[in-house]
Write a protein that binds this ligand. Structure first.
Ligand code: M6R
Length: 441
């Protein structure tokens, strides 16, 4: 609920001209006529320490580190053997069996989580799924009806465009499921059903833990639908859940290797910073007549299949906090435009873990290297082939079932954005021009 807090009077001004008076004895809500109003009490299990940095330099880093615990918390509370539980989901099994289409609608990072959700829902549950940004969806007269499940994904639960998309979908008769982090937020209240991500308060503007929590819920929901609609046997679901349960431990390993002050990733970020300034300086010294444009010190993020959304998210993270131009692309699109950018200046982050499309990524990397491009590859430990393509830096992630790699890939991408922004001396938790919750268009 959007509210304005007046600390001097212990008063909160709420929606609809209501006022909440906060005292040691409790909270009293009165309307504009001074009449007391009673409201249902919901308990938020967040504690004070979650709103403190806990020894980390920035909330963003703290939140990156919280991810293994949050993912294992979700798995512990929502799964048992081959079963997935969504107790608060008020949409009936009958409805979920009936729907013939899913639309996932969200903004920013939540949109990227939604894109991953599409891969999983279509693969596991075989339900045609479209994904749209809320600002496009709400104005394009989307084709949704009573047989469509609209899933709105939002950390804050207050994003104006996503809320409008939810209302538009309900008006058209669709059932709306909210995947939301903030308890009792507008989206949680207005959706027909809600699944909370329980990631705790996310303070840094750049979303990290909310993203992997959204991914976890979307993966579990895909499994839930797959079982419900008879697309996967309980044995298959169980085997997949067992793989998913490896994620917290493996993300912890990645954090240990790359997230510390002594990590080589931090050194690489420093190298990028130095290189960037060297090129800029050279450019400034040179005769401008000879050099027609500034060096193209941007970042390209390439991924395929389930890691195409990872590429988009990696680019968004970096640009939000470092202000360096970064673009995410499906690697197969490289030849259709982005390859024109490649020379010795841009750095290309190639997400190339073990997968059925690994060979294709290797070939993308070769094409970049042939044009003197700088490559940072994210690859699976023990990948010998990647060593032969002469990437400038290889970030290794542990082996996991290929559709689960987005969880592991997310961690180095977040750390990379964090270290680069820190090298550039940027204000990490509160980047310029951005708000944590976008409640206006
Ligand atoms: O609260 P929401 O998840 O609805 O917010 C959506 C976007 O505004 C948000 O993800 C934004 O892109 C973040 N700053 C990304 O780090």
């Amino acid at each position: 609920m959007p509210a304005i807090l007046d600390y001097t009077k212990n008063v909160m001004f709420l929606e609809n001209l209501e006022i909440a008076e906060v005292s040691a004895g409790g909270v009293k809500i009165i309307n504009h006529k001074g009449k007391k109003i009673s409201r249902k009490v919901s308990c938020v299990k967040w504690d004070k320490s979650q709103a403190e940095k806990g020894g980390f330099d920035h909330f963003m880093l703290k939140e990156i580190y919280e991810q293994p615990k949050i993912i294992s918390g979700i798995l512990d509370t929502r799964t048992k053997r081959s079963k997935v539980y969504f107790e608060e989901l008020k949409i009936s099994k009958k409805t979920l069996k009936r729907i013939d289409k899913i639309a996932i609608v969200a903004c920013g990072t939540a949109y990227h989580a939604g894109l991953s959700g599409k891969y999983m829902i279509e693969w596991l549950a075989h339900i045609p799924t479209l994904v749209d940004t809320s600002s496009e969806f709400r104005y394009r007269n989307p084709i949704v009806d009573k047989n469509t499940l609209v899933i709105v994904v939002s950390q804050s639960g207050e994003t104006a465009d996503t809320l409008a998309a939810l209302r538009e979908s309900k008006k058209k008769g669709a059932k709306v499921l909210g995947i939301v982090n903030v308890l009792g937020s507008s989206i949680a209240r207005e959706a027909d059903g809600v699944i909370y991500t329980h990631a705790g308060p996310e303070i840094a503007v750049a979303s990290t833990k909310a993203y992997t929590a959204q991914l976890t819920i979307l993966y579990l929901f895909s499994l839930y639908l797959a079982l419900l609609r008879g697309r996967r046997t309980p044995q298959k679901i169980r085997a997949y859940l067992n793989e998913l349960r490896k994620v917290p431990h493996l993300t912890r390993r990645i954090l240990k290797r790359y997230g510390t002050e002594s990590s080589d990733m931090k050194l690489k970020a420093k190298e990028f910073n130095q290189e960037y300034h060297k090129r800029l300086k050279l450019y400034c010294q040179e005769d401008r007549e000879e050099k027609r444009r500034a060096p193209n010190c941007c970042f390209l993020f390439l991924g395929r299949n389930v890691n195409y959304p990872s590429a988009l998210e990696g680019a968004l993270k970096l640009k939000e906090i470092s202000y360096i131009s970064a673009e995410g692309y499906p690697a197969g699109e490289m030849k259709h435009g982005p390859i024109a950018l490649i020379d010795e200046n841009p750095w290309t982050i190639c997400i190339a873990p073990e997968s059925k499309l690994h060979e294709k990524m290797i070939s993308n990397i070769r094409q970049i290297r042939a044009r003197k491009g700088i490559v940072v590859a994210i690859a699976t430990e023990g990948d010998e082939e990647i060593k032969n393509v002469e990437a400038q830096y290889i970030i290794e992630i542990p082996h996991i079932e290929q559709t689960l790699t987005p969880f592991l890939v997310a961690i180095p991408l977040q750390l990379w954005a964090y270290f680069v922004a820190r090298e550039f001396g940027e204000e990490i938790d509160q980047p310029r021009n951005l708000a944590k919750s976008v409640t206006v268009e």
